[in-house]
Design a protein around this ligand. Structure first.
Ligand code: NMN
Length: 173
């Protein structure tokens, strides 16, 4: 039987409960999910505080604690390139063969669509509630952010002191 795989591209800054729902939704439709950790070269900025390695750890622990079968998951960091038209070919060099792309991001969808892939468009999954930008803002303000994030992902983020990093990045010189 052919193994069906879908890529799920995202920055995961941070991985939140909406992303968790997205992974579970994907695994109901294909055999394996390839989580592409996009903008892998980015870290230590307000928009992208975590390194690719930190994001791998945070996502993996979060999925494991929520009972997701890690044997069905690949976590693959992919740096950005300056040429959108070549991005799909670039992603393909990093990941196992796949047939589907799970995304609501217009640029991601059109690039994969033009390359001949089928797009699986997920429902919004409480999109107003689970917004990574807002979660990073809550971390900066010292507000309660942990409810928006899978429990074990939140533990990793605390251990890595990501809220502290964000607060420091807000300081002026
Ligand atoms: O939907 P988000 O969370 O922004 O994730 C999409 C990811 O795909 C981002 O990391 C984005 O940088 C990446 N991407 C990269 C290119 C490129 O490198 N030219 C093009 C489209 C999407």
């Amino acid at each position: 039987m052919k193994v069906l795989r879908a890529v799920i591209p995202g920055r995961f800054q941070p991985f939140h409960k909406g992303h968790l729902q997205l992974v579970k939704w994907t695994l109901e439709r294909v055999n394996e999910a390839i989580i592409v950790i996009g903008s892998a070269q980015e870290s230590h900025t307000l928009q992208n505080p975590m390194t690719a390695g930190e994001r791998i750890l945070a996502i993996r622990k979060g999925l494991e604690c929520e009972g997701v079968d890690l044997k069905r998951i690949y976590l693959i960091p992919v740096p950005d390139i300056l040429m959108n038209s070549a991005w799909v070919a670039h992603v393909k060099t990093y990941v196992p063969p796949f047939q589907y792309v799970v995304s609501r991001n217009p640029l991601v969808k059109i690039l994969f669509e033009e390359a001949g892939y089928s797009i699986l468009e997920p429902p919004p999954f409480d999109r107003e509630k689970y917004v990574a930008t807002n979660i990073r803002l809550m971390m900066i303000k010292g507000e309660e952010w942990k409810n928006y994030i899978p429990r074990c992902t939140a533990e990793v983020i605390e251990e890595l002191k990501i809220p502290h990093r964000l607060k420091k990045l807000m300081e002026r010189d």
